[in-house]
Design a protein around this ligand. Structure first.
Ligand code: HEC
Length: 221
């Protein structure tokens, strides 16, 4: 097709505008219809978009959508592969490879609980609590410690580590704690906070230490 064909087929003649710059002139043609329709389409679309997201509020803007997806993901993550028994944790604490892996993660904890777990460096208190003594705010049994590290303590600096390092690393670091930190009663640590570790519910009365008849009442069922 030549230029003359195009002009004849379109039913109009190209009109030259009378200005020129550096010898360049331009035509005064209409915008092509396909282009105009995409433009009108965008205008109509924007009206519905505006109503949907900004007036009626029936659509979630990217930030709200992100928050919602993040929350769903956090919930999923919290349930993912977190189940582990106290016996399994104790077994892990006797496995040198697991304990060595936990020692690496423990560096994250040492900032608040100190490398030795005493939560005090050169007489200065760190934000965390002493993890080497016999006093526990949230329970000292392996599965209780695991839950605390997994889910954190709301409203304190102790965060839910399952969200940042995942359940496997939490298990490793708890194995490390059981092997190297718990019960070491380091000197110069923070004063005890909380209560002594209580026996697991299933163990009540089962150990030989208690005299017959002194088992806590109410544990019969
Ligand atoms: C930013 C500081 C911080 C970091 C990092 C931190 N903790 Fe804590 N942790 C705390 C605080 C504060 C508490 C006390 C929470 C409370 O008041 O109930 C705590 C409590 C605990 C408890 C409960 C102790 C009890 O008495 O029941 C355990 C177990 C624990 N942390 C383990 C860990 C482990 C393991 C890590 C590393 C993965 C870690 N923490 C990292 C600040 C921290």
């Amino acid at each position: 097709m030549t230029d003359t064909d195009q002009n004849a087929g379109g039913g109009y003649a190209d009109e030259l505008r009378d200005h020129q710059f550096d010898g360049i002139q331009e035509f005064d043609n209409h915008l092509p219809n396909w282009w105009l329709w995409t433009f009108y389409g965008a205008c109509i679309f924007s009206l519905f978009y505006w109503l949907h997201f900004h007036v009626v509020g029936s659509g979630a803007l990217p930030l709200a959508q992100y928050e919602q997806e993040k929350q769903e993901w956090d919930e999923k993550l919290a349930q993912l592969d977190t189940a582990v028994s106290a016996d399994e944790l104790v077994a892990m604490s006797k496995d040198p490879e697991v304990v060595a892996a936990g020692a690496v993660t423990w560096l994250t904890c040492a900032g608040c609980h100190a490398q030795d777990g005493g939560a005090r460096i050169a007489g200065a208190d760190l934000p965390g609590v002493n993890l080497t003594d016999d006093a526990w705010l949230h329970g000292g049994r392996p599965e209780q410690i695991y839950q605390t590290v997994l889910n954190g303590v709301d409203g304190t600096a102790m965060q839910a580590f399952v969200k940042t390092i995942g359940a496997r690393k939490v298990q490793e670091v708890v194995a490390y704690m059981l092997a190297k930190v718990k019960g070491t009663n380091v000197e110069g640590g923070k004063p005890p906070q909380g209560v002594p570790e209580e026996p697991a519910p299933g163990d009540a009365g089962a150990g030989g230490e208690q005299a017959p008849g002194t088992a806590p009442s109410g544990s019969g069922n």
